[in-house]
Design a protein around this ligand. Structure first.
Ligand code: SIN
Length: 278
C-alpha cells in the first residue's frame, strides 16, 4: 500500500506506488496529498511518454503549454531542456506556473529524462507554510486584497532582447501569445484541502490592485522575503526514475542552474485547474 512521508519544509514523498498502475484509491491519495502538502515526489518510476500522459489524465485535462517547445510526437509533453553550451535554464526564478491565467493550471508533472552528474535540483516552497507563519497583523493587511498577474514580461518578445536570454529561443517561443493578464486573491483557499495559502509570486505578479505602486511594491517585497525563508522549502534532488507533481495553488518552485557544460532534460505535462477564491 502506498505511503506518504512529509518532506522537510515542503511536500511529501509517496512510496510503494507504481505510477503506471494506479488504483482509484492511489489517485485519491495523490490528490489529497497535493491539497495537504503542495507537491509530491516519487522515486524509482519508469514512465514512458504514453504513460506520462495517462498518469496526467487521471488528474484532469492536459493543458498544452503555449510557450514551451513540445515533443514532436507528443504535443501534450513540454520539454524543459538545457544543453551543455546553453547558459540560461528554464524556470530559474521563483514562480508559480500559469498564475497569469484567470483559470490557472492545477500543476505539472515533471519526469526526469537526462540529468547532470550533479546539480540541477528543484526547490519547492510551501505557500501554506508561508501563510501560516505570517504575523497576524500582516495576515490582516493582506486579507481581501487582489493581485494582477501577467505573462507579458516573462514570455513576451522583449525577454529575448536581453543577451543572457537569447539562448532560450527555440526552447521557449510563441511570444505573440504572451497576452494574458489575470486577477486573483492574494490569499486563496486551496481547491482540494481548503487550506489558506499565499498566491503571489516574483515572476508573474505585477502589482496589488488596491494599492499605489510604491505600497504594492513594498508589500510584495515583504511577502517575497518572507516566502523565501528556507524553512518553508524543500530541495528535491533528481535521480534517474524521479517524478515530481506540484500543485501551483500551493507552491512556488525554482530550477537551480548550477550544472554548466552539462545537459539536463525533463518532460513536463501540465494539468488544467479551476478558478481560485479567497
Ligand atoms: C519548471 O519551472 O517548470 C521547470 C522546473 C525544473 O526544471 O526543475
Amino acid at each position: 500500500m502506498a505511503s506518504v512521508n512529509p518532506a522537510q519544509g515542503a511536500g511529501a514523498y509517496i512510496s510503494d506506488i507504481d505510477l503506471n498502475t494506479l488504483s482509484a484509491a492511489d489517485v485519491a491519495l495523490v490528490r489529497e496529498s497535493l491539497g495537504e502538502y503542495g507537491v509530491v515526489f516519487f522515486r524509482d518510476q519508469s514512465v514512458s511518454c504514453e504513460q506520462h500522459i495517462k498518469f496526467a489524465q487521471r488528474f484532469g485535462d492536459i493543458n498544452i503549454n503555449r510557450f514551451f517547445k513540445a515533443l514532436d510526437k507528443y504535443p501534450q509533453i513540454a520539454e524543459v531542456r538545457k544543453e551543455p553550451e546553453q547558459g540560461s535554464n528554464i524556470g530559474e526564478q521563483w514562480h508559480t506556473d500559469h498564475s497569469y491565467d484567470q483559470v490557472p493550471a492545477l500543476g505539472s508533472i515533471l519526469v526526469a529524462q537526462q540529468l547532470p552528474v550533479s546539480g540541477g535540483d528543484t526547490i519547492f516552497a510551501s505557500m501554506f507554510a508561508a501563510y501560516n507563519a505570517l504575523p497576524e497583523p500582516l495576515k490582516k493587511r493582506i486579507a481581501g486584497l487582489t493581485a494582477t498577474h501577467s505573462s507579458r514580461h516573462v514570455f513576451g518578445a522583449k525577454v529575448y532582447d536581453k543577451p543572457e536570454h537569447k539562448d532560450l529561443i527555440g526552447r521557449l517561443g510563441n511570444t505573440q501569445a504572451a497576452t494574458q493578464d489575470a486577477v486573483h486573491p492574494v490569499v486563496i483557499r486551496h481547491p482540494i484541502s481548503g487550506k489558506r495559502g499565499i498566491y503571489v509570486n516574483p515572476d508573474f505578479t505585477t502589482h496589488i490592485n488596491e494599492l499605489e505602486k510604491e505600497d504594492s511594491d513594498a508589500l510584495l517585497d515583504e511577502l517575497y522575503t518572507h516566502c523565501k525563508n528556507p524553512e518553508f522549502s524543500h530541495r528535491f534532488e533528481w535521480q534517474e526514475g524521479s517524478v515530481a507533481f506540484w500543485d501551483n495553488r500551493a507552491t512556488w518552485h525554482k530550477a537551480l542552474n548550477d550544472y554548466p557544460g552539462q545537459r539536463r532534460l525533463m518532460h513536463r505535462i501540465t494539468v488544467e485547474g479551476e478558478a481560485l477564491y479567497a
